[in-house]
Design a binder for this molecule. Sequence first.
Ligand SMILES: O=C1C[C@@](O)(C(=O)O)C[C@@H](O)[C@@H]1O
Length: 236
Amino acid sequence: MFEEFVLTASTADLSEEPAAREHADAVEFRMDLASDPLDQIDDYGGELPLLVTNRASWEGGEAEGIGRYDALSTAVSHEAVAAVDVELAALRGTHPDGAEESHATALRETAREAGVSVVASVHDFESTPEPGALVDLLADAASEGDVGKLATTATAPADALAMLEATHEATAAGHRVATMCMGEPGRHTRAVAPVYGSKIGYAPVDPANATAPGQYPLATLRRLVDGLRGDGEADE
Ligand SMILES: O=C1C[C@@](O)(C(=O)O)C[C@@H](O)[C@@H]1O
């Protein structure tokens, strides 16, 4: 997975999958926001492959404690699960209390044995560092997972440019990355970053349940990404 761009529809409710099929390539299942997430995966009969995310509270999610790794380990054994998100800070042991590293690396091992791709993710909910620091983060994340994902907060247009530049540089250096800015000034990066090599886009199935600030509705992001790629247009 992730050799080509993958548009994931984010949801905490897998019964929404039929509504995502027309536009999405995969579903991001936000287990930390879901009720009975493992039961939902057991009952899942949809067509789209699942990217499972159980975001830690220290990284902006709602999952508390190391139990989230047990849930993810169970999840990756399911046929429908094609990818799992693991925070870079957990894989490196640089998260707040430093106690999750062995759980995170064991989860990565379990995922790989099951043929499930690993997305090593980094989030910055306050700002966007300068391009050089972004490239370093992307290189670190890409080296820990099958794809390195970086979402930062843009407070000005220059932040969006920094992210696009870093996406281009990291991709040119051979790293497989997924990038996007949160927040209004960075919204367009969600459509444009794939032009520079970003391999994953996120949009909510239901626009009322966005999982990050500045996300486009699913159909809109599909149209924008495909439009910028020129899909469906004759070569000239
Ligand atoms: O990490 C990401 C990216 C994201 O934060 C976004 O900005 O679209 C949305 C989250 O659901 C996902 O897990």
